[in-house]
Structures are given as structure tokens and as C-alpha cells.
Design a protein around this ligand. Structure first.
Ligand SMILES: NC(=O)c1ccc[n+]([C@@H]2O[C@H](COP(=O)([O-])OP(=O)(O)OC[C@H]3O[C@@H](n4cnc5c(N)ncnc54)[C@H](O)[C@@H]3O)[C@@H](O)[C@H]2O)c1
Length: 431
């Protein structure tokens, strides 16, 4: 079993640290955020992720999991250092590697001989070499290895995805280093693909871009279904039975969002631009996505009689998908922002985001009760597919609202006929 440092205690870092401790390794997880480290050291998990609190508690109790402030304290003496810091989108669309760079410069002088630095953050092609270069420039021992080991977990099922992954990808030019990294996962039942760094880095971006493409594709089909009076849910079902297509990611909605797809598609387009390849397909995917956010506004505007000025809109769901508290790049927030821009009064409820979510969009009123969100509103926009929205008392919802009682179900979560019977002017997506 190995001594591992994990730098970054966010969605990926914390999951990586807790899961590696579960696999028997001794893990020190570092973050810059002192409050976060203090809370985690007491077993308080600051993010919503099923199974993570139990795993953190287990690691702490077994003394296989420790939390410290700052990468230096974690990296000193570690055999492996996992880089799990953020790689957000920069102004050019490229991935901003400044957080990675800062960590690498900080830890280089304290790394011991033979340590392996593992790029788990999503980093563009060339990053393994970039990290190796920065390490040697900053005084790391010459035999420190670097490997790309992209992460494919999904928020909401992160623990399961980490411990039961579809595959483990390791990109490294040094076979001995690749074997050492793959050994960390020896108790994980999954195919391990060892490849060159550039291919490993591309696998991550290509996977996310492909999933984003599937979403934009079904959203485009949904829009066409609306025009020709077909039902996209039937269409997706009929397509999904074809094993070459599959059922997953064929759910139309308000467009994809979250902390990965928007920035990773932008970064891949940037990579293509730099490489001189016109990735028009992926630009189309991004365009369709942007329009899809706007289509929700069009539906709400039409429902309000052609103008949103002064209209009251209740919103259910702010997170970018259900079962996470992550608001980063959420399409629901884009819709809220646009509604407010057009003069609507917006009151929102989300089961996980909390009232602090109001701080993400100026002028957005966030309440703690779904019925309160719709009080006096003429329209309701259901923007995140939280299961609890299916089971609310819709007679009470209708009573709290005023005419025209428009219901824009951006996730096709509710039964149109049942909603119409209750007096709602129901509209889904693509049906
Ligand atoms: N969130 C996901 O679902 C997901 C899935 C797969 C891959 N990824 C990739 O993983 C990476 C991390 O994503 P995330 O969602 O966990 O980000 P995050 O913002 O939740 O976490 C990053 C953490 O790193 C910490 N940090 C930054 N600089 C540091 C430093 N110098 N020392 C110590 N800690 C530092 C931050 O304080 C933060 O807590 C990104 O590249 C992302 O694209 C994310």
C-alpha cells in the first residue's frame, strides 16, 4: 500500500482521497481552504455526494485519511501526488492551468526521489509534458515521474464511479511508472488502459465532448419534434434500443451545464484551433446548447403572453443536475439570469443548493420551500430533474399560482396529461 498525497479537496480530490483510503492506501489530502480542511478533519463533508461522508469517516477512523492545509505538507514524503485542483476555462477558451502550475512549483523542491505526480485534473494534450518540465525547472529530483490519469466520475455517483469505474486510463511514456500507477487500482475491477500521455489526455476531452454532442443532438431532435408533432421521449426510446446508440444521454432538457462539459468542449475547440483543425462539429454542439437555454426563455415568454416584463416566475431546481449541490455553469442559473434581464420577478427553490444560491445571480430570490417559490407566480419553470418535484402536492401548487398557471417542464419530469387535468398550461421539451 502506498503513501499518497491528493492536492485539492474539491469534488474530484475529496472523492479520490477517500476512495484511495478505502482501497487501503494512506492518503493526505490538501486544500488551501483552511475552513474546509478543519471541517473535513472532523468528518464534516462540505459537498453533497452520496456515500462520501461514510467513506471520509471510515478513512479518518482508520487513520488512513488526513487533511492538511497546503500542498507542501501533503507532498513531502509522498510516493504519489495526485493533482486534483481546478482547471477552469480561460478567456481564450483554453484550460487555465495556473492552479496546477502553482502546485507544481510549490511541491517540486520537497518531492523525494522516485515520486510519481499524477495528473487527475482534466488537462489538455501536452499537460503531462508541461508538468514534467515545470517540476524539473522548479527543482524536483530528476527521477520524479509524471502520468496522466484522467477522472471520469459523475457528481452524484462519484464514489461508485471511482470504485467501480468503466475504465482506468493511464497515460505515461515510462512503462515502470505506468505499472506503479496501475498498481494503486489493483483492487478495482475495471479494464486498465495504459497509453501515451497525449492519448490519455485526449480520451478525457473526447469522452466529454462526445457526451455533450449526444445531449445537443437529442435537444436538436426535441426541437424538431416540437415542430413536427412527434414525441422525443418515444424517439429516444426507439433509438436507445439500438445498442450502437444506447439510452444514456438521450434526455432533452435546458442544455448541458456543470463544471465540466462547457469548459471541456471550449478547451477542445481551442486545442483544435491551435492544431489548425476546424472542429465545426463541436462548435455546432456548443451553439445548439446555447440556443437550448434560450428556448426555455422563449417558452416562458410565450407562456407569459409575449413579454416577461413584470411576470412572476417560480423556479424549481438550480443545480446543474439532480443529486448534486453544484451550481457551477448550471443552465438553470442562465435561465434565471435571462428571466431577470427580461424584467421577470423570479423566486427559486432547490433541494440542495441552499439559500446562498441567491448569491450566484443578482436579484434572484431563493426560498426554502417549493410552494413558496410559486406563490403568486403565473409561470413555473422546472429546471433540474430532482425526484422530489414529482411528488409535490400539485393542487396546492395550482392554488398558490395565478393565471395562466404555465408550467414549463424543462426536464420532461412530469406527466403532461395529469398536469393539464390539474389546470396547468403544461409544456415539456420535444413533446
Ligand atoms: N467535478 C467533476 O465532476 C469532475 C469530473 C471529472 C474531472 N474533473 C476535473 O477535476 C478537476 C477538479 O475539479 P473539481 O470539480 O474537483 O474542482 P473543485 O473546484 O471542486 O476543487 C478544486 C480544489 O482544489 C483546491 N486548490 C486549488 N489550488 C490549490 C493549492 N495550491 N493547494 C491545495 N489545494 C488547492 C481548491 O481550493 C478546491 O477546493 C478539474 O480539472 C475538473 O475538470 C471534475
Amino acid at each position: 500500500m502506498s503513501e499518497i498525497a491528493v492536492v485539492g479537496a474539491g469534488y474530484v480530490g475529496l472523492t479520490t482521497a477517500a476512495c484511495l483510503a478505502r482501497l487501503g492506501h494512506t492518503v493526505t489530502c490538501a486544500d488551501l481552504d483552511e475552513e474546509r480542511v478543519r471541517a473535513l478533519s472532523k468528518g464534516e463533508v462540505p459537498i453533497l455526494e452520496e456515500g462520501l461522508p461514510a467513506l471520509v469517516a471510515e478513512g479518518l477512523a482508520a487513520k488512513r485519511l488526513h487533511f492538511v492545509v497546503g500542498a507542501l505538507a501533503a507532498a513531502r514524503g509522498a510516493e504519489f501526488v495526485f493533482l486534483c485542483v481546478q482547471t477552469p476555462q480561460s478567456d481564450t477558451g483554453a484550460a487555465d492551468l495556473s492552479a496546477v502550475e502553482a502546485v507544481v512549483r510549490e511541491i517540486a523542491p520537497v518531492l523525494r526521489a522516485g515520486t510519481v505526480v499524477v495528473n487527475k485534473s482534466t488537462m489538455p494534450v501536452g499537460s503531462t509534458q508541461f508538468v514534467a518540465r515545470e517540476l524539473s525547472r522548479s527543482g524536483a529530483p530528476a527521477d520524479v515521474g509524471v502520468a496522466s490519469n484522467p477522472e471520469f466520475l459523475r457528481e452524484g455517483t462519484a464514489v461508485r464511479d471511482f470504485l467501480e469505474p468503466s475504465r482506468v486510463v493511464i497515460g505515461c511514456d515510462d512503462a515502470a511508472v505506468a505499472v506503479r500507477v496501475s498498481d494503486l487500482y489493483r483492487d478495482v475491477q475495471a479494464p486498465v488502459l495504459v497509453t501515451d500521455p497525449a492519448s490519455a489526455e485526449m480520451i478525457k476531452y473526447a469522452s466529454n465532448a462526445f457526451l455533450a454532442t449526444k445531449i445537443s443532438f437529442i435537444n436538436a431532435i426535441a426541437n424538431l419534434c416540437e415542430a413536427v408533432n412527434a414525441d422525443v421521449r418515444e424517439v429516444a426510446l426507439g433509438m436507445g434500443y439500438d445498442s450502437r446508440i444506447g439510452f444514456e444521454f438521450l434526455h432533452p432538457g435546458p442544455g448541458y451545464g456543470g463544471s465540466c462539459f462547457p469548459k471541456d468542449t471550449a478547451a477542445l475547440i481551442h486545442t483544435a484551433d491551435v492544431a489548425g483543425y476546424d472542429f465545426s462539429l463541436l462548435r455546432g454542439v456548443v451553439d445548439v446548447n446555447r440556443h437550448q437555454h434560450e428556448r426555455m426563455i422563449e417558452k416562458l415568454r410565450a407562456a407569459a403572453g409575449g413579454s416577461l416584463q413584470g411576470a412572476g416566475v417560480g423556479v424549481w431546481g438550480l443545480t446543474f443536475k439532480a443529486n448534486t449541490d453544484d451550481l457551477r455553469d448550471s443552465p438553470a442559473l442562465v435561465v434565471c439570469e435571462r428571466l431577470l434581464e427580461e424584467g421577470a420577478t423570479v423566486r427559486a427553490y432547490d433541494p440542495a443548493a441552499g439559500e446562498s444560491a441567491g448569491g450566484w445571480v443578482a436579484g434572484l430570490d431563493v426560498v426554502e420551500d417549493p410552494y413558496e417559490a410559486v406563490r403568486g407566480a403565473g409561470s413555473l419553470a422546472l429546471l433540474t430533474e430532482w425526484d422530489e418535484f414529482r411528488w409535490l402536492d400539485f393542487a396546492r401548487v395550482a392554488e398558490a399560482m395565478v393565471a395562466p398557471r404555465a408550467l414549463v417542464d424543462a426536464r420532461n419530469l412530469l406527466d403532461p396529461a395529469a398536469m393539464r387535468r390539474r389546470g396547468f398550461a403544461y409544456q415539456g421539451v420535444g413533446r
